[in-house]
Ligand binder design. Structure first.
Ligand code: BG6
Length: 518
């Protein structure tokens, strides 16, 4: 039996306004120029340009707005406008708002190593300021390959484009993940960025933070009184965080070879979900308060030694198989991937948070590509009742109560618990109640990039990652990185289209627990 109820959780009524301007409509950014480095690349076309276009047609951009694209491709303004047009042509623009903006877009082609590129950029920016009245305000978006992040930041500094010209104007830098490949490189990237930009100018994007349902974790926890008393070690037996994807590495084989699931998903997306779910309540929904609590939580995550980590981590790689009835190739056959690659496309591990609230509660994490189903969720698995007054056979089908926060797809929350099966005997079994986002709300959730770009343009840092968060997340995964570097644990295999390797089942079964059925 499944009881559908969208009224069970009062999330709808109690939804929190998660912006600095609590309870107000979304603010329009001040006049500005958005400069996209890597403007002809995949990220710009797939995510950034469509997100900006959506904001434009919803009238959430100021009239005084323009984009300047920069990249090494030798095209001119018209060539760039064509790229923008192609990336956004499917978005409805009945009033021609986007088409109007598009006319003003400019492009700089050049080598980021050359100061001439930045001198020309500065020139174009001042022309745009005059034409579009953008007032010297800038948001620079680093959508280049990561090794160019420092180069671009330095280039901007050499021509003085890193600083606001007056106290009423702003200059911000948006940085895409990955923020380094380990703790050392993250620190060194930060040092480089900080030579040109102060921390409050830097907006590090983890697109998971822009997902409505990730933010809803905060609403569930802090807009309701009923969850707080049970959100701790006294009631929670263990926690599971799952990020399962059906996609393989697509056309990103060469990049993925340098990343693997640990760096690609665990160090960033999983750590964000983990910290929001387990952190202490902040005093207010203000950026500093939330980010402080996230860091405190990450600092409490136990950092095991390498040997311990080997015993509680599984790494694996997808072999060929079938997804939705379609045959798919194995990871080692993908373009850009070595036929002897040892890169993990799946990881399962166990962590502990050493603080008063969570001491002794294991947190099981699993993420992988080419799994049977796409699903991201957090499950709080509660302890069994201390005593079951039913005979064993009557409660055979009763599992532990579970509260699941489904981040995607079918965003929502479900609670499974025991209920009596109708009939003469007192048989109990597990049933579930579901809250579905799409059933409860008419509003369409905005895409994560739209939300984050908007926040960067208005200068709201709450959903962006602070440097201390990045470093702490690298510290947590460091022992796992070190064990992988030593070839431990041995790389397991799983056929595409399954739920991962058998070793991951053994990992959780060793403590008498089981992965939640997806
Ligand atoms: C990205 C990773 O950060 O997140 C990708 O680099 C992954 O490998 C993606 O596929 C998953 O994002 P989403 O929003 O589809 O869960």
């Amino acid at each position: 039996m499944t009881t559908k109820s969208s009224t069970m959780f009062n999330v709808a009524e109690a939804a929190l306004e998660l912006s600095s301007d609590v309870n107000s409509e979304r603010r329009k950014p001040h006049p500005l120029v958005l400069v996209i480095f890597g403007a002809t690349g995949d990220l710009a076309s797939r995510k950034i340009l469509p997100a900006i276009c959506h904001l434009a047609v919803r009238k959430e951009l100021p009239d005084e707005f323009a984009i300047v694209g920069a990249a090494s491709s030798e095209i001119d303004d018209e060539g760039f406008k064509k790229i923008v047009y192609e990336a956004t042509k499917d978005i409805d623009d009945p009033e021609g708002i986007w088409a109007n903006y598009l006319k003003r877009f400019r492009y700089i082609s050049g080598d980021y190593m050359s100061s001439d590129t930045f001198a020309r950029l500065e020139q174009v920016l001042s022309e745009v300021d005059t034409e579009c009245k953008t007032n010297g305000n800038r948001v620079y978006y680093l959508a280049t390959i990561p090794k160019l992040f420092s180069v671009v930041a330095n280039g901007l500094k050499t021509v003085g484009c890193n600083k606001a010209k007056t106290k009423d104007t702003f200059v911000r830098l948006v940085v895409e993940k990955p923020f380094g490949v380990d703790l050392e490189s993250a620190k060194s990237l930060d040092q480089d960025l900080h030579k040109a930009f102060s921390e409050d100018q830097i907006f590090r994007i983890d697109h998971y933070m822009g997902k409505e349902t990730v933010q809803n974790v905060l609403a569930l926890r802090f807009a309701n009184a009923i969850f707080e008393p049970i959100w701790n070690r006294r009631y929670v037996d263990h926690i599971q965080i799952t990020v399962a994807e059906t996609l393989g590495v697509e056309h990103r084989g060469a990049f993925y070879e340098t990343a693997g699931a640990l760096r690609d998903i665990v160090q960033n997306h999983v750590m964000q979900v983990l910290s929001l779910t387990l952190m202490e309540p902040p005093a207010s929904m203000e950026a500093g308060g939330i980010r402080d609590e996230k860091v405190k939580l990450l600092k409490a995550v136990e950092i095991g030694d390498i040997d311990e980590q080997v015993n509680t981590t599984v790494r694996a790689q997808y072999a060929s198989g079938e997804i939705d009835g379609q045959k798919v190739i194995g990871y080692r056959q993908e373009d850009g991937v070595s036929p002897t690659s040892e890169t993990e496309t799946y990881i399962a591990t166990r962590l502990y948070v050493d603080n008063w609230r969570w001491a002794g509660v294991p947190i099981y994490i699993r993420t992988g590509k080419r799994l049977q189903k796409r699903i991201t969720e957090v499950s709080m698995v509660f302890q069994r009742p201390p005593h079951l007054p039913f005979a064993g056979r009557l409660s055979r089908d009763l599992r532990a109560d579970v509260l699941s926060l489904r981040i995607q797809p079918d965003e929502g929350i479900s609670l499974s618990f025991g209920a009596k099966i109708p009939g003469p005997s007192f048989k109990v079994k597990t049933v579930s109640m579901n809250f579905s986002y799409s059933e409860a709300f008419q509003e369409v959730a905005v895409d994560a990039y739209e939300r984050l770009l908007h926040d960067a343009m208005v200068g709201d840092p709450m959903l962006f990652i602070r440097t201390d968060e990045v470093e702490q997340a690298w510290k947590i995964v460091a022992p796992i990185q070190a064990s992988f570097a030593q070839g431990e644990p041995p790389l397991a295999k799983y056929p595409s289209g399954t739920f991962g390797p058998i070793e991951a089942e053994r990992l959780i079964q060793a403590s008498g627990r089981q992965w939640q059925n997806l």
